[in-house]
Structures are given as structure tokens and as C-alpha cells.
Write a protein that binds this ligand. Structure first.
Ligand SMILES: NC(=O)c1ccc[n+]([C@@H]2O[C@H](COP(=O)([O-])OP(=O)(O)OC[C@H]3O[C@@H](n4cnc5c(N)ncnc54)[C@H](OP(=O)(O)O)[C@@H]3O)[C@@H](O)[C@H]2O)c1
Length: 244
């Protein structure tokens, strides 16, 4: 089935980095886009402007996804742009520390931001997708989760959780024209990785470089397309060979 008229994509955490690149890539493919942000209003407005300048439709939506008001976001987008038939759960944070020292707060913040909202938003978006018999859900996971990365037990648990959730919900809704997939980036050049020792880390990456947000966005754009209608429950790695 092809994408219905006026279909809208909600991208969480789209004020910068990978989410902003995903929002622009989906808009370039004909989706209306809801650009969610938590604190960076200027970044979200810049993403919206870039999309509008390219001739597509977008609005900025303020919400802290860890607070769980997914239904309101989906309703607002539906009223202003069109039915939410794609959801990209991208918003994420890192609070690193070895397990022996990791605080309850750092554990809880990462699970509450990187994992739980993806479930709630998926549940809340599925109703409209089931009605439309069309939907695309993409969860932004990570190479960390399926593989170890010392100092990131909270982040790895959230990302591995996303991959498990992706597979199960994919199986639940596959017969309704809805696909649920994950994209697992490796080491991507964004604010999240700005403080890391890039030269050291890239030595362990077969491609010997950091990835660009646009390279992750290209995988999401494909998974959200009509052409990817028979792909579901899978994880696409965009990692320069890190997990090979
Ligand atoms: N960079 C990498 O190497 C890498 C690798 C693997 C996976 N990832 C994943 O890719 C995703 C995007 O990361 P990034 O590298 O683009 O990071 P980033 O540049 O730090 O951007 C993070 C985005 O998430 C938003 N966000 C954070 N907490 C939020 C909340 N509670 N509610 C709503 N939005 C929230 C931020 O919004 P505000 O700025 O408005 O607060 C921002 O737009 C994350 O899930 C991350 O785990 C990144």
C-alpha cells in the first residue's frame, strides 16, 4: 500500500543532531514533519525553517518525552498537519559511568528518556496507524546494547530494550500494514559525542571515521518509505563496520 495523503511523521528530539537530519530527510521524501524538542527551541525552529525553505511542511513541538504526554503530541500534529503515520523515536541522552558508581538518577534518567517514551508513543500512535492500515515506526537504537561498551550499562540496557521492543511490536502489527524497525548508529558526529576522544575511537572503526547524521537519516528515510513495506522487526546498522 502507498502512503496516504497528508501523512505526517513525528520525530522526537529533532532540534539538532541525528533527529534534525531525520526530520529533513523525511520532509524531502514528502512527509509532513513534527519536530519535537525539549530545550533547544532555536534548533527546532531552524529545523522547521530548513524544511519549509525546501517546500515541505513542519511544525516545532515542545515536549519532554520522558513526561509521557504522547497522546497530546499526536493529537496536535494530527490537527495541524495530518494523521501521524510515521514515528521516529530518536530523543536520547547519555549519563555514563561504570556500573559500580552509577547513581539511581543516572540509571532512571536514561531509561525514562531513551526507552519508556518510545513504548508510550508507539502505543499512542498505533491507534491511528491501525485505522489507516499504514504506519512506519523507527526506533533509534545504537551499536551499544547488542555489544558492550564499558561505562554505559544504563544506555546499553535502554538501547537493547528498544531492539527487543521493536521485534515484538513488529510481530504484533505486521498484518496491519505497519512496520516497526530499528536503526543502530555507531559513532556519529553530534553534540552527544563532541566530548569524546574521536581520534582514539575511530582507530577501532573499520571505516576509520565518524558517521554523519545524514548517513543515519538515509536509513530511516528508507525504512519509512513505501519500498520498505516488507521489512519489519529488523535493525539496520549505520556504523562504518563497527559491529561487523
Ligand atoms: N551520536 C552518536 O554517536 C549516537 C550513536 C548511537 C545512537 N545515538 C542515538 O541517536 C539519538 C540522537 O542522538 P544525537 O547524537 O543526535 O544527540 P544530540 O545531538 O545530543 O541530540 C539529542 C536530541 O534529543 C533531544 N532530547 C533529549 N532528551 C529529550 C527529552 N526528554 N524529550 C524530548 N527530546 C529530548 C534533544 O532535545 P533538546 O536539545 O531540545 O533538549 C536533542 O534534540 C539518541 O537516541 C542517541 O542515543 C547517537
Amino acid at each position: 500500500m502507498s502512503r496516504p495523503e497528508n501523512a505526517t511523521a513525528l520525530v522526537t528530539g529533532a532540534s539538532k543532531g541525528i533527529g534534525a537530519a531525520i526530520a529533513k530527510a523525511l520532509a524531502a521524501d514528502g512527509w509532513n514533519v513534527g519536530v519535537n524538542y525539549r530545550s533547544d527551541e532555536d534548533g527546532a525552529k531552524a529545523t522547521v525553517k530548513a524544511i519549509e525553505d525546501a517546500g515541505a511542511r513542519a511544525i516545532a513541538l515542545h515536549a519532554d518525552v520522558s513526561n509521557g504526554d504522547g497522546k497530546a503530541l499526536i493529537k496536535q500534529l494530527g490537527d495541524e498537519l495530518g494523521p501521524v503515520l510515521a514515528l521516529v523515536n530518536n530523543a536520547g541522552v547519555a549519563r555514563d559511568g561504570l556500573a559500580i558508581q552509577l547513581s539511581d538518577d543516572d540509571w532512571d534518567t536514561v531509561i525514562a528518556t531513551n526507552l519508556s517514551p518510545a513504548f508510550r508513543l508507539t502505543r499512542d500512535a498505533l491507534r491511528g496507524m491501525v485505522k489507516a492500515r499504514y504506519g512506519r515506526i523507527v526506533n533509534i537504537a545504537s551499536v551499544v546494547g547488542p555489544r558492550a561498551n564499558a561505562g554505559q550499562s544504563n544506555y546499553a540496557a535502554a538501547k537493547a530494550g528498544l531492539i527487543g521492543m521493536t521485534k515484538t511490536i513488529a510481530a504484533e502489527v505486521a498484518r496491519r500494514g505497519i512496520t516497526v524497525n530499528a536503526v543502530a548508529p555507531g559513532f556519529i558526529d553530534t553534540g552527544m559525542t563532541a566530548e569524546l576522544a574521536t581520534d582514539e575511537i575511530v582507530k577501532a572503526i573499520p571505516a576509520r571515521r565518524q558517521g554523519k547524521p545524514e548517513e543515519v537519516a538515509a536509513a530511516v528515510r528508507f525504512l519509512a518509505s513505501d519500498e520498505a513495506g516488507y521489512m519489519t522487526g529488523t535493525t539496520l546498522y549505520v556504523d562504518g563496520g563497527m559491529s561487523a
